[in-house]
Structures are given as C-alpha cells and as structure tokens.
Design a protein around this ligand. Structure first.
Ligand code: AMP
Length: 206
C-alpha cells in the first residue's frame, strides 16, 4: 500500500507524471481538478458551485474538496494506495488528509514561474478522456489516446495562470515545509525535456 502526493505549481507537470506513475504502479490517480471538471461538465450541484472558482483560478472551498476526496477514497480501487494529483492544496486539506490516509511519499515538482507561463500557453487537454499534452509534442490536434480534438482549458489563459500561480505561492507552497519536516518529501527538477523530468520522477519514486 502506497499513498503518494504530487505537489507543485500549475503547469509543473503534475498531471502528466502522476498519470504515468499511476499506470506503472497500477494504482488510481485522484486528480481533484479532473473530478471538478467532470462535475462541471455534468452540471451537478457541486460542479455549479465550483465553476466560478475554477474558471477564475481560485481554489474551491476546502470542505467541498475534502468531501469529494473522502468519498472517492471509499471506492474499492483505492484500497491498495493512490496517487493524489493537485490535492492537498492548502494546510487545512493536508491536515484533513492526515486523518483519512497515511501518506508515504510526496513528490515536489520544481519549476520557475516564468517557465510555467510559457509552458501553459501551449498546453492542450482532451475533453473526452482528460489526457494532457503540449503543442510542441503534438502532431495535429487529435488526442494521442482517443483521437478527440484537444482543447485549451479555460483557466489556462495567461491572466488566469498568473492568478493560479499567486494562489499556489500563498496557499500551497507552505505544504513543502509541512511534508519536508516529516521527512517524506522528495523534490524533483521538473524543467528540461519531458523525458528528462520523467527520469528524475522515476528515480524519486523508487
Ligand atoms: P488542476 O487541474 O489541478 O490545475 O485544478 C484546476 C482548478 O481546480 C484549480 O485552479 C482550482 O480552482 C480547482 N482545484 C483543483 N484541486 C483543488 C484543490 N485541491 N483545492 C481547491 N481547488 C482545487
């Protein structure tokens, strides 16, 4: 049983690396961002409550997020461990998670702010399966997984990326210290090519 968190600013590659790790370790990836987008797509009450926060780059209230994760963790496929992608993002979420699951490892993806803005301007996401990619890696506009046309996420426009970065620095960055003090944090340089970053993440996961 292994519970792993992928921590890092927006655009640091959390989703990409967490997706890969989830496949290779055969444990589910729990992306709160994906879960929220699914609720928004389905038009659920939770999705309606979350959409203004998500689209403006602000955090969805802690109780909503914690409730969503708490419920997901009761599913049978989570019993052998999970990968948290984009959760926790605040001290309150990290404290709540401590009461629900034992965290074994936190991978902290590091990248400078100015690199993030340029990375995110080329980011594309598949509206059907959630696969993410970057224009520099794509041939054509089709999803590599399911061929659906990839789109730009509403919150990936530059002004919103800047707002999300500010939120990251204020609310999420303190979690580096939170987990580092516990001796379970490994920082990984997420810059460079995807293959280089992947190799570093792989090493940190050992
Ligand atoms: P992501 O796909 O992880 O970049 O998340 C997209 C957006 O969903 C964020 O900018 C927030 O508005 C919201 N969100 C995702 N995860 C969380 C979380 N753990 N706490 C609060 N809001 C979240």
């Amino acid at each position: 049983m292994r519970n792993i968190i992928f921590l890092g600013p927006p655009g640091s590659g959390k989703g990409t690396h967490a997706e890969k790790a989830s496949r290779s370790m055969s444990i589910p990836r729990l992306s709160t961002g994906d879960m929220l987008r699914e609720h928004m797509k389905q038009g659920t009450a939770l999705g309606q409550e979350a959409s203004a926060f998500v689209n403006s780059g602000n955090l969805v209230p802690d109780d909503v997020i914690i409730g969503m994760i708490r419920e997901r963790l009761t599913d049978a496929d989570c019993k052998g461990g999970v990968i948290f992608d984009g959760f926790p993002r605040t001290a309150a979420q990290a404290e709540a998670l401590d009461g629900i699951a034992k965290i074994d490892l936190v991978i902290n993806l590091e990248i400078d702010d100015d690199r993030i803005v340029s990375r995110m301007s080329g980011r594309r996401v598949c509206p059907a399966c959630g696969h993410t990619s970057h224009t520099s890696l794509m041939q054509g506009n089709g999803c590599a997984e399911c061929k659906t046309e990839m789109i730009i996420r509403k919150d990936d426009v530059p002004e919103t990326v800047k707002a999300r970065l500010a939120v990251y620095h204020e609310m999420t960055k303190p979690l580096i210290d939170y987990y580092s003090k516990r001796g379970i944090l490994r920082s990984v340089d997420s810059d460079g090519t995807l293959a280089e970053a992947e190799a570093r993440v792989c090493e940190a996961l050992r």
